[in-house]
Design a protein around this ligand. Structure first.
Ligand code: NAD
Length: 267
């Protein structure tokens, strides 16, 4: 590999929810840049298989439920005990949800907020504390969502949690700059993962493909490429930012696909 392709040599990188999907693709990409993988997931068997497939001698597998504060504290303790440091956190673990506003019940609401917002906070705080204590800075990337920026159908709990995470990223950026901890947010659009396969029926897929200027779902690898950039030194002055990786979905307004251009003065 060239020197440029090993931008994260020796960095200890934790990806929560890294057993599959976007998290696993990010973990693979970080390892390709030289990082030491730590995958923590509620699915311990999946995390173990993922780390084994990465084939890294120092790779670490941890079971965590991010919604459980004690479980998160134990995860960070185990990382510091094993590696003596934590350089990168990709705060990715999350669950989906598509229940309409009038139908969503208190259990689903609370579970979604518990994992996608409170859980992300527990993880970010515990990791940032470890980074601040060591005094050598770090990189934190929160994985929010386009659904936290736009009012999508069925996205009451999920969207509210992700909007909260995006704001939390800004607060973290403000408060953690003095510790050299670089914090950013990635907002994926529609990405082809198990979560999307489960949550998106044919009508949803057609609607997404119409509304996305690039007319397709993204891949987990396209999110991973953005994550590598934000974890690298090249992004050292990018701070408190949300990087949408969404095929132009957030940028789009009116789209007249297939219709004739409206002559000037007649629109
Ligand atoms: N797929 C998309 O289109 C899309 C779009 C926008 C944002 N996102 C976000 O990207 C992240 C990853 O999504 P994905 O599509 O890869 O999902 P996925 O369901 O394929 O993977 C999520 C992973 O998180 C783990 N997880 C779930 N609950 C957990 C908990 N309580 N504690 C620890 N681990 C837990 C799961 O076991 C799984 O390995 C999520 O935060 C999601 O909200 C996804």
């Amino acid at each position: 590999m060239t020197e440029k392709s090993m931008r994260l040599q020796g960095k200890i990188a934790l990806v929560t929810g890294g057993a599959r999907g976007i998290g696993l693709a990010i973990m693979r990409a970080l390892v390709a840049e030289g990082a030491v993988p730590v995958i923590a997931d509620v699915n311990q068997a999946g995390a173990a298989a993922a780390v084994a497939a990465l084939g890294h001698a120092d790779g670490q597998v941890l079971r965590v439920d991010v919604a459980d504060h004690a479980s998160v504290a134990a995860m960070v303790d185990a990382i510091v005990a094993r590696h003596g440091q934590l350089d990168i956190l990709v705060n990715n673990a999350g669950i989906g949800g598509n229940t309409p506003f009038l139908e969503i019940g208190p259990e689903e609401w609370q579970r979604t907020i518990a994992i996608n917002l409170s859980g992300a906070f527990f993880v970010a705080q515990a990791c940032a504390r470890a980074m601040a204590q060591r005094g050598e800075g770090g990189k934190i990337i929160n994985i929010a969502s386009l659904s936290g920026q736009r009012g999508g159908h069925g996205r009451a709990a999920y969207g509210a949690a992700k909007a909260g995470l995006e704001l939390l990223t800004k607060v973290m950026a403000v408060e953690l700059a003095e510790y050299g901890i670089n914090v950013n947010n990635i907002a994926p659009g529609a990405i082809e993962t198990e979560m999307a396969k489960f949550a998106h029926d044919q009508a949803t897929r057609a609607a997404y493909n119409y509304l996305i200027p690039m007319t397709r779902y993204g891949t987990p690898e396209e999110i991973a490429d953005a994550a590598v950039f934000l974890c690298s030194d090249e992004a050292r002055y990018v701070h408190g930012h949300t990087l949408n990786v969404d095929g132009g979905f957030r940028a789009a307004g009116l789209m007249f696909r297939g219709s004739k251009a409206i002559p000037p003065g007649q629109g």
